[in-house]
Ligand binder design. Structure first.
Ligand SMILES: CSCCC(=O)/C(O)=C/O
Ligand SMILES: [Fe+2]
Ligand code: NI
Length: 141
């Protein structure tokens, strides 16, 4: 947990960004009023997908749910709230939805030039998916 009010002065957060090479950041607000094309975008976020890079989100305000698949392909629901930092590894199947408050503000961090492209399931033949599965197999063994 980090306090969104002073996160940019927080030594642990600054060191985390430095050590993990998070050089890019911007902020998105998701709500019917604030996000242009809200309905299409929320549909896209909720379609199960992977990315070729980490998905890093620091929640600045509001809340929502990230669902991730576990190793048995079951959904795990993660409630994210202001102050939470979530890092989804490249290749993990996931989706996002707002909760009943329909409002979240998230800082998006990235290593280098951002690539946000979602690859909807099935994406099992993609290199990043295979690498993710291999890493998980090691952890399970
Ligand atoms: C809370 S950030 C919005 C969701 C998002 O950016 C994404 O990529 C979901 O997979
Ligand atoms: Fe995503
Ligand atoms: Ni995603």
């Amino acid at each position: 947990m980090f306090n969104p009010k002073d996160v940019d002065e927080n030594k642990e957060f600054i060191e985390l960004k430095r050590s993990r090479g998070y050089t890019y950041e911007d902020s998105v607000e998701i709500s019917p009023e604030k996000l242009p094309g809200y309905h299409d975008k929320i549909k896209m976020f909720f379609a199960e997908h992977i990315h070729t890079d980490e998905e890093i989100r620091f929640i600045e305000a509001g809340s929502g749910y990230f669902d991730v698949r576990d190793l048995d392909d079951k959904w795990i629901r993660i409630l994210v709230e202001a102050g939470d930092l979530l890092v989804l590894p490249a290749g993990i199947y996931h989706r996002f939805t707002c909760d009943k408050n329909d409002y979240i503000k998230a800082r998006r961090l990235f290593i280098g030039e951002p690539v946000w492209t979602p690859y909807n399931r099935p994406a099992d033949d993609m290199e990043e998916r295979k690498k993710y599965i291999d890493r998980m197999k090691c952890q399970k063994a």
